[in-house]
Design a protein around this ligand. Structure first.
Ligand code: FAD
Length: 523
């Protein structure tokens, strides 16, 4: 039996196998010569003390034990080329993991994706960054891998179901992610690594007889007697199937509009909205690690802040250490920000969404849009940001202290946001109540995180696509839409996920329910 251990080590020891083995031996009161292999199972940083420590938990295999390295392999996928077809709309994490699960269950997924494959998508990302041209089908939100492809690839979830999370992490490892994601408390993959993993997933789907069609936008649903019959594509073609997993993400406004127009039940859903703040990474390191210089062994520090302000939560969202702020608009005439990081998180700035939770009552000025009121609220802010910053992809920006003092910044330094910024009084971008909460919130953050509130931090607006402004209601048990049989609202856009992991888990859940309903029809 391997000997279990759990204790704290220095960051240097955590990064060096030999040093770690020595410390494990010391801790277990044995000689390091008696240890064949140290296997770390969990690793997390503890920055609460004067010098940062790393919690490590694992197993030490002794020399006379049979040590077999753990390997993670792909499931045994059958060929489904001639099997029952299931349409999956959207190739984000929800759609792709639904497709993989369908194959495992012996069904043939036909994945329809409005955007391009990961390679083709790159050109459109360049166009929005460099020329300010937004392609409505291919951008940071739309295209192979969905909104998660060109992201930081943070893989944590608030889900309490460890088994579900581990299954998705294992699949990511089997498709090429570093096994470290199984060990780290806050795993991430990085923008440079994600596209290849996504491409390998797609190649597996097609190798097993599934189909993945790019530049294939769904524009209508075929419904007869409240049962789905198939979908209509932008070119007028029809694809028939009586099971459709709808995983189109939180930015597919045309899908929400279509559902509403067809009197298919949808509901307004509260979400969160605010700004993206960028600090020098060095400053965040100093604050988080209480040191002048991070050194060689510590990763660029993340941070997490949350405060209650006027009865609402204001909190950091999708924080990217060593990252870049990205232009994430999905239509011309709007500004949307979000962030990404390479796997090494080695850029000089740290960015994070800082958002305020919204309530349904905030959408009242847009009540004429019914369940789309939240979406219209979101759209109005994104369009205002575009007008105020000069009608390009430049983002409205303000220094943090200036914002809290409602003072327009004299100058804005170059930030990681490639399209550039325009100095704007942020108060003009947001409704008054929101600006007021953010001003107070930043002041509070500055008190609990000394150094955070600084004019070296630049706010970019808006961070508006935090989660879906609409919920597509589904039956709790069957996961089918409440009115339309055979339609499975899935993932973040339908309101059942908030991130890569939870979207992937929801994709698998919907696929399982599709298979379950088909087997009950057969039996
Ligand atoms: P999406 O990923 O949004 O996928 C939906 C897909 O449907 C898209 O590819 C879209 O093109 C397609 N589609 C839409 N309409 C149609 C149609 N009519 N016909 C055909 N196809 C259609 N989450 C994390 O957990 N960690 C992170 O580090 C992280 N960083 C992010 C960074 C950025 C820049 C962005 C934009 C998001 C980030 N997120 C992150 C959020 C995460 O990407 C999403 O939560 C996740 O991708 C949601 O998955 P989904 O499959 O439900 O939807």
């Amino acid at each position: 039996m391997p000997k279990e251990f759990q204790f704290q080590v220095s960051p240097e020891a955590a990064a060096n196998e030999e040093l770690l083995t020595q410390q494990v031996a010391k801790n277990l009161k044995i000689s390091s010569k008696d240890i064949q292999k140290v296997v770390v199972l969990k690793r997390s940083f503890d920055a609460r003390q004067k010098s940062v420590k790393v919690n490590v938990k694992g197993n030490a295999f002794l020399v006379d034990e049979d040590y077999i390295p753990a390997t993670i392999e792909l499931p045994d996928y059958p060929n489904v080329a001639n099997k029952k077809e299931v349409i999956v709309v959207g190739a984000g994490p929800a759609g792709l993991f639904a497709a993989l699960q369908l194959i495992e269950l012996g069904l043939k997924p036909i994945v329809l994706e409005r955007g391009k494959d990961v390679r083709g998508r790159r050109r459109d990302l360049k166009a929005i960054n460099v020329d300010g041209i937004v392609n409505e089908d291919s951008n940071y939100c739309f295209g192979e891998g969905g909104a998660g492809t060109y992201s930081d690839g943070k893989l944590y979830s608030r889900s309490k179901k460890r088994g579900d999370i581990d299954r998705i992490l294992e699949l990511f490892v089997a498709y090429g992610a570093t096994p470290d994601i199984m060990v780290d408390a806050h795993p991430h993959i990085g923008t440079n690594k994600l596209p290849q993993i996504i491409q390998d997933i797609r190649e597996k789907i097609t190798a097993c007889g599934g189909e993945v069609l790019f530049e294939t936008r769904v524009t209508d649903f075929l419904i007869k007697s409240n049962e789905i019959q198939g979908v209509v594509l932008q070119n007028g073609n029809i694809i028939s199937a009586n099971k459709v997993i709808l995983a189109t993400g939180h930015s597919a406004r045309d899908i929400f509009e279509l559902l509403h127009k067809k009197n298919i039940l949808i509901e307004a859903k509260p979400f969160a909205l605010g700004v993206r703040a960028e600090h020098p990474q060095e400053l965040i390191d100093q604050i988080q690690y209480s040191c002048d210089y991070r050194g060689e062994y510590l990763p660029p520090a993340p941070y997490s802040v949350v405060k209650q302000v006027n009865g609402r939560g204001m909190y950091s969202f999708c924080m990217c250490p060593g990252g870049v702020i990205a232009p994430c608009a999905t239509s011309p005439g709007e500004i949307v920000t979000n962030g990404w990081s390479p796997s090494k998180r080695d850029q000089s700035t740290a960015n994070s969404g800082i958002v305020v939770e919204l309530k349904l009552e905030d959408f009242k000025p847009y009540h004429q849009f019914g369940p789309l009121a939240g979406m219209e609220f979101q759209k109005a802010i994104e369009q205002k940001a575009w007008r105020l910053a000069g009608e390009t992809q430049k983002a409205p920006a303000q220094r943090m202290v200036d914002f809290t003092q409602s003072k327009i910044s004299q100058d804005i330094p170059k930030t990681s946001y490639v399209p550039g910024t325009t100095s704007v009084e942020m108060g003009e971008v947001f409704p008054g109540f929101l600006s007021q909460i953010m001003r107070q919130g930043f002041t509070e953050f500055g008190k609990s995180m000394k150094g955070y509130m600084t004019n070296d931090a630049i706010l970019h607006a808006p961070e508006s696509r935090t989660s879906s402004p609409v919920r597509i209601p589904r039956d709790h048990n069957s996961l089918e839409h409440l009115q339309i049989k055979g339609l499975y609202p899935c993932g973040e856009g339908a309101g059942y996920a908030g991130g890569i992991i939870s979207a992937a888990i929801d994709g698998e859940k919907c696929a399982l329910k599709v298979a379950e309903s088909l087997s009950s029809i057969v039996s």
